[in-house]
Design a protein around this ligand. Structure first.
Ligand code: HAM
Length: 423
């Protein structure tokens, strides 16, 4: 019997893992600079959290959740996204009482959605996301967007498009909602079953429908921007002003609605414009969710955040032909010939490692030539050769692979010598 990986999932093999680690390092470093701190929440939550948080008319909740009953009869769900869980933790741990406000958090980890797998769409994928809770300042909207852009740019991506929209406040949304119902109602029978069900529950969702995307009523649908009240319009203008101040180019797209229910005011997505990137071009999505904390049982608290998947980020890097500066080699390979030298090599490699040097030796009982080949395959910066003769003299032969330079070094000072040359 042979086993295969489940559909829509992938193994990250060692060559790939180095890239993941590099990206994770960049993301963490930028969070440090922007003063976002890490939060880790469980992989599964009570199903009810997502029904409430993400919204029960969304595709995620209706079709894509991995929901199961545990042995105690509770309904649990593998998290399809991070925001609802972070807000749950924010409320449960009373972070609204923290002296430092807004509370700025980031997270990184697997999310699960039962979607049709295709390029850039997985059933398990890793999101990096941030949430800033407790501020109603449009400058924080701009900061969150800037952080997302900074991550992509730090990795060398250039072909990016930032699209923003405002979904307005409750009052604006109400007016827009009625306009949408009036617009779609007369011909709603021409739309899919989902859209028909959405008409009165959440008509904005219709604009996000993948099936009815090309219906002519979609093009002529009333734009949210025409329904923004004074306050919402001013807020949106300020966000744009701050983006300009930060030198971040953007487009306003009034049809950007996002696939989750909790958004209001600012919504944004970052797309890849690299040629041959494929059909799904959205790299990152986010927005403001001022009602969510209350919905989850906390005090009225504004919030904004985004999430991006590492999988799509890697695809964008590939589409732009960017290779990450990953140092793949080890520092020193100790080649040993002869029984005694082999024993000594064990201690030498251990001593090197104690000093922070990446060291390796042979464990396959290989001849010298094969050991040298192994060192080469590992891209060792230095090869140190220890034979019977050297051992007798108390020295070791150190070769710098890039220059071919060789040097006999006393065994007593071998480790400190290596430390010096590697600096
Ligand atoms: P989302 O738009 O559902 O938003 O997902 C954010 C990002 O996750 C997408 O732009 C995409 O990069 C990635 N993503 C989503 N589904 C998949 C998939 N099946 N395979 C690979 N990548 C995927 C959210 O999740 C919100 N929680 C974002 C947010 C945070 N809004 C406010 N705070």
């Amino acid at each position: 019997m042979s086993f295969q990986i489940p559909r829509g999932t992938q193994d990250i093999l060692p060559e790939q893992a180095a890239k993941w680690q590099y990206i994770e390092r960049i993301a963490r470093e930028l969070c440090r600079r922007y003063n976002y701190q890490e939060i880790r929440t469980p992989i599964f939550e009570h199903t009810e959290l997502f029904l409430r948080g993400v919204g029960d008319t969304t595709d995620i909740v209706q079709k894509e959740m991995y929901t199961f009953e545990d042995r105690g009869g509770r309904s649990l769900t593998l998290r399809p996204e991070g925001t609802a869980a972070v807000v749950r933790s924010f409320v449960e741990n009373k972070m609204y009482g923290y002296p430092n406000q807004p509370v700025k958090l980031y997270y990184m980890g697997p999310m699960f959605r039962y979607e049709r797998p295709q390029a850039g769409r997985f059933r398990q994928f890793v999101q990096f996301g941030v949430e800033a809770l407790g501020s109603n300042d449009p400058a924080i909207d701009a900061e969150v967007i800037a952080l997302a852009m900074d991550i992509y740019r730090s990795l060398g991506l250039k072909k990016l498009k930032l699209v923003i929209n405002s979904l307005g406040d409750v009052e604006s949304r109400k007016a827009h909602r009625q306009a949408l119902i009036d617009h779609f109602q007369p011909r709603i029978h021409e739309f899919c079953d989902d859209c028909q069900a959405r008409l009165h529950k959440n008509p904005m969702r219709i604009l996000d429908c993948k099936k009815d995307r090309d219906h002519e009523l979609m093009r002529t649908a009333p734009s949210i921007l025409d329904y923004l009240n004074e306050q919402s319009r001013t807020y949106f203008e300020k966000v744009q002003m701050y983006l300009q101040k930060l030198g971040i180019a953007f487009e306003v797209d009034p049809r950007l609605v996002r696939g989750l229910d909790y958004y209001n005011h600012t919504a944004f997505e970052i797309m890849s414009e690299a040629e041959g990137f494929g059909a799904i071009t959205t790299l990152c999505g986010g927005g403001r969710y001022n009602g969510l904390v209350q919905e989850i049982g906390g005090p009225e608290t504004p919030g904004i955040g985004f999430a991006l998947s590492i999988e799509r980020l890697l695809a964008a890097l590939e589409a732009e032909g960017i290779s990450l500066p990953i140092s793949e080699g080890i520092d020193c390979y100790v080649v040993a010939l002869g029984e005694q030298a082999k024993e000594e090599a064990v201690a030498l490699v251990a001593a090197l490692r104690q000093e922070g040097i990446a060291a390796e030796k042979d464990y396959q009982d290989r001849k010298v030539k094969a050991q040298l080949k192994a060192a080469d395959r590992l891209h060792a910066a230095y090869v140190a050769i220890l034979g019977e003769d050297e051992l007798q003299k108390g020295v070791i032969n150190v070769k710098h692979m890039a220059t071919g330079e060789q040097q006999e070094v006393s065994l007593d000072i071998f480790v400190s010598h290596m430390k010096n040359v590697l600096q």
